[in-house]
Design a protein around this ligand. Structure first.
Ligand code: 16G
Ligand code: MG
Length: 555
């Protein structure tokens, strides 16, 4: 770093001193904390993003959000050149940068890191950063801090894109680096046109569902998702969406609303009641990267039938598998190719979903919790579908497979226009454009679920009957140091503290169909317990006993 660069960082970083006595960590999905603590962190993430852009010579994204956390929290995370999460290799640097106590130590850290990574500040290479934020009131000031961080690196330019969903920002980074048009308008056009294309390809003999089911009601978590869904909805022919709990409705973000609340508590969000019984409902989280469906139970107030991420995954898998098998039956096309379809879940998916997918003959892969792990695994397939039960997920299509699909579609259109095989290929292509290729996206997820239900001629009840969830219970245990729990095998086995896994096995063995795992949370200071068994009472009891074990071993 030359003198000018050093003094630029020194000057601006002295206006963003880190709070005393707080240690921040990049975590599963970026830095998160009470918003009042984050000015310096976000400023420094601005610097980090500029360095990442210089290093990769690509556009990088910075998203300011704390997702489903409470409104007074905020957070910041980086979107890498492929639109995915920051390379794990850079996470330790992110931690060190956020926690450097003084401007001098910050400069020293950056100096060492840029030397190690061979990053050059020659004024010729430029860096470009896209900045977005969710609807949190603290977002505007934090975005200004990120801008200052970017501006403190010579040759780096920040583009403020204002209020976006997290997946929109990731998509824009992905699209920009592919040389595609990448504005919010382009996102909206790509999603709506591929949705309409899929609607046009619905087989005519499939029956539409009845009137009461035609409307979809979406809970927007009082956040950004509802706002953006309203924009999209205008361009969707044949789909009626009513948005409730949108940010402009005045409710508190994530309070008694949103996908996290609905999935964990298994109750209807605020604004939904018995008059909605039987209607197809969906819930987004605060930054619209999670999606779950539900119906309100007419008999008991607030109770719902939850259709979670595992079931969305199953619906997507069925649809993709159907199109692939139609394509495989075609005759006489060149370049025959059996697509490799891979399913990716975590061990914390409901066991009934895994059994169901296995029964379909699909290849199931387990990874640790966190989008970055699932995404990485799914990218190994021609088509990789990943979901967490909490509603995070998407379908990835490899570039080579999309190229093959395009060639095959052209060939089929020329030779057998209107054939089933051509339609199946067109459906897969449209799906690859509709479903976000950068990260799980509740808005593109909703559109794909909706069009698949229409394609199948299914109500939400029919979909929910694909399999029945095994009774399960999730608990969290407060411990002094959650990092004392170390797991392996996709978080299914505890290796430390010694003896804990044997004790869990011993307990689990007492229950019919018992499964139980523990793992340290990536976002909270707790250890999570997940238990399944043949009845709800048994699952509760297994979870409670294992929570006690965790307490004993770590207390
Ligand atoms: C974050 C992750 C999510 C994961 C959750 C687990 C991303 C974008 N988000 O929200 O995938 O399910 O953390 O949190 O990676 P936990 O470890 O506290 O249960
Ligand atoms: Mg989220």
């Amino acid at each position: 770093m030359n003198e000018q660069q050093q003094s630029l960082i020194l000057e601006s970083s002295s206006r963003f001193l880190p709070p005393q006595g707080v240690k921040l960590s990049y975590g599963t999905a970026g830095f998160r904390a009470d918003a009042s603590l984050l000015q310096s962190t976000v400023y420094r993430v601005g610097i980090l993003a500029a360095l990442r852009s210089l290093k990769t010579q690509s556009v990088i994204g910075v998203m300011i959000t704390a997702s489903h956390n409470k409104v007074s929290d905020n957070g910041v995370k980086i979107a890498d050149p492929n639109g995915g999460m920051l390379s794990q290799h850079w996470e330790p640097f992110a931690d060190a940068l956020a926690n450097a106590p003084s401007p001098q130590e910050l400069i020293q850290l950056i100096n060492e890191f840029v030397k190690k990574e061979g990053i050059q500040f020659d004024g010729v290479k430029h860096a470009e950063i896209l900045l977005g934020r969710d609807t949190r009131p603290s977002g505007e000031a934090l975005l200004e801090a990120a801008k200052e961080g970017v501006a403190s690196i010579v040759g780096a330019v920040a583009m403020d894109l204002g209020i976006l969903t997290t997946p929109q920002l990731h998509w824009m980074v992905w699209a920009r680096n592919k040389g595609m048009k990448a504005s919010e308008q382009d996102y909206v056009e790509q999603l709506s046109s591929s949705f309409r294309c899929l609607m046009d390809l619905i087989p005519s003999q499939r029956s539409k569902f009845d009137g009461t089911n035609d409307k979809l009601v979406v809970d927007g978590a009082n956040g950004v998702g509802g706002l953006k869904l309203k924009v999209l909805e205008k361009l969707l022919n044949g789909l009626l969406i009513e948005v409730r709990n949108s940010s402009e409705d005045g409710g508190v973000l994530n309070e008694g609303v949103g996908a996290d609340y609905v999935q964990k508590e298994k109750v209807a969000p605020h604004g939904f009641g018995s008059s909605d019984a039987g209607i197809r409902c969906a819930s987004l989280d605060g930054d619209a990267d999670r999606l779950v469906y539900f119906t309100v139970n007419p008999e008991s107030s607030g109770a719902i039938d939850l259709v979670d991420g595992d079931k969305i995954l199953s619906l997507f898998a069925l649809f993709i598998r159907e199109q692939l098998s139609i394509l495989n039956e075609r005759e006489g096309t060149k370049n025959n190719h059996q697509a490799r379809l891979g399913i990716v879940q975590t061990a914390y998916a409901n066991g009934a979903s895994t059994n169901y997918l296995k029964q379909l003959g699909l290849e199931i892969n387990l990874t640790p919790t966190g989008v970055k792990y699932l995404h990485e695994k799914a990218a190994e397939f021609d088509i990789g579908i990943y979901f967490e039960a909490n509603g995070h997920g998407t379908i990835l299509f490899s570039e080579s497979f999309v190229g093959w699909l395009e060639a095959t579609t052209n060939e089929l259109s020329a030779r057998s226009k209107g054939s089933d095989a051509e339609k199946a290929a067109l459906r897969l292509l449209a799906t690859s454009r509709l479903i976000n290729q950068a990260v799980g996206d509740a808005l593109s997820g909703v559109l794909l679920v909706e069009v698949i239900l229409q394609h199948m001629g299914w109500s939400i009840h029919r979909w929910n009957e694909l399999y029945h969830d095994l009774p399960s219970r999730q608990l969290k245990v407060k411990v002094a140091d959650r990092t004392a729990v170390i797991t392996t095998n996709a978080e299914t086995v505890v290796v430390s503290p010694p003896g804990l896994q044997e004790a869990i096995n011993n307990e689990t063995g007492k229950y019919s169909q018992g499964r139980c795992f523990v793992r340290p949370s990536g976002t909270e200071d707790v250890v999570r317990v997940y238990a399944e068994a043949s009845s709800q009472e048994a699952a509760d009891s297994l979870a409670n006993s294992v929570a006690k074990l965790v307490d004993q071993f770590l207390g």
